[in-house]
Design a protein around this ligand. Structure first.
Ligand SMILES: C[S@@+](CC[C@H](N)C(=O)[O-])C[C@H]1O[C@@H](n2cnc3c(N)ncnc32)[C@H](O)[C@@H]1O
Length: 255
């Protein structure tokens, strides 16, 4: 029997790109060897590397890397039984399902608008993933905009996101909403690239000041290396919501 696997993104583009580069280098090596210089046979080495890499993606490289990132993320961010957790821009349910797997009971919610170019995910896909991963009883999904989160103030113990905030136009409002629905003492944690293409997202001191201004304390930017769609550094941005109104009005000058 074939084991059902969750779908957290398709590796097709990676397989095709590596395969094409492999073919190109192989052709150059053979044609170059006979027509130009015997030294060009050395191009066989990178060609084999790209074929090997295409094979790796085809055998589940993307899923493996995503699951590793998810495990590392949750280990740093933490989780306890009975908590309420919100994953904003959940997509395929990547983080929401990961948190639900680490709990025996609790309430995990994933929200998304499932935009057409958001990585090919859908409500149908996310529900299937939750079932395949065996956590349908602990996680639910809602169609909702990150800039208008349909939950009361101070509701969640942890509010998380991955690769979402930097693509939202008006991401400041999304972050404000994420902090609003977080309980005092609750953890805010997002995994995002250093720069975005919507409305000037940038991981810098200005972002730190904005997060502190919203009431987050102990804000940290931890570099994180990911390997899809290529090797790159992103940031795990974390903070804790101030316990009192006074905390929120005079945020600490952390780090
Ligand atoms: C690059 S995907 C990341 C998905 C998932 N978090 C992951 O890491 O695999 C970005 C997601 O953000 C969602 N998104 C974009 N704008 C949004 C908004 N305003 N509110 C909620 N979700 C949004 C997209 O539909 C997409 O599913």
């Amino acid at each position: 029997m074939v084991e059902e696997r969750p779908n957290y993104g398709s590796p097709t583009a990676h397989i095709a790109a590596n395969f094409m580069v492999g073919i190109l280098l192989l052709t150059l090596a053979l044609v170059g060897y006979f027509l130009l210089s015997p030294l060009l046979v050395l191009l066989l080495l990178p060609s084999v590397y790209f074929f090997w890499s295409a094979r790796g993606w085809a055998r589940g490289g993307l899923l493996r890397d995503k699951l590793r990132i998810r495990d590392d993320f949750i280990s740093v961010v933490g989780v306890e039984d009975g908590e309420r957790i919100l994953d904003v821009g959940t997509g395929s349910g990547f983080l929401a399902i990961g948190f639900a797997k680490r709990m025996t009971y609790g309430e995990v919610v994933g929200i998304d608008v499932w935009i057409p170019l958001g990585g090919g995910t859908s409500m149908r896909n996310v529900l299937r993933n939750a079932e395949v991963e065996g956590v349908s009883d602990r996680v639910s999904f809602k169609r909702a905009d990150a800039r208008d989160i349909p939950y009361p103030d101070d509701y969640f113990d942890r509010v998380v996101a991955s690769f979402t905030i930097h693509i939202i136009r008006g991401w400041e409002k999304a972050v404000e909403e994420m902090v609003r629905v977080l309980k005092p003492g609750g953890v805010f944690a997002v995994l995002e690239p250093g720069r975005g293409w919507a409305g000037g997202w940038k991981v810098d001191q200005d972002l730190r000041r904005k997060l502190e201004g919203l009431g987050l304390r102990n804000v940290t930017f931890k570099p994180f290396t990911v390997y899809y769609p290529k090797k790159r550094d992103v940031y795990l941005i974390m903070g804790v919501k101030g316990e009192s109104q006074a905390d929120r009005l005079s945020p600490s000058l952390s780090l």
